[in-house]
Design a protein around this ligand. Structure first.
Ligand SMILES: [Zn+2]
Length: 112
């Protein structure tokens, strides 16, 4: 199946439209759209729209941590990241611009 993905980050600097691409997806159902909500301040810090033709796929919510809030030391996840450590297909399919954003976040927190 061919999908279009649009990544929007509310920090404002990044909107990535992947145009049309094939998503490698392990599950038998269609990949869903996502919103990433900060579990500390409530900010929706990222949004991923997945389009199958002209149909926006239903959203699922991930409670993680935004860039402005302190890291959750229990979970190994950098604030602001959208990486899903439990979903390698999702991570492997992230476009270059999103991976560059992830690298910036990781470097920022490694320096602290
Ligand atoms: Zn927050």
């Amino acid at each position: 199946m061919i999908y279009r993905r649009i990544f929007v980050f509310t920090s404002g600097e990044t909107v990535v439209d992947t145009a049309t691409e094939k998503i490698v997806h392990a599950q038998p159902w269609r990949p869903r759209s996502s919103v990433y909500v900060c579990d500390t301040c409530g900010l929706t810090y990222a949004r991923l729209e997945v389009w199958a033709g002209d149909r926006l796929q239903p959203f699922e919510t991930y409670l993680m941590r935004c860039e402005q809030c302190p890291a959750d030391l229990v979970r190994f996840q950098w604030p602001g990241s959208i990486i899903r450590e439990w979903d390698e297909h999702f991570n492997d399919g992230l476009p270059l611009e999103v991976l560059q954003r992830e690298a910036r976040i990781h470097l920022k927190h490694r320096r602290k």
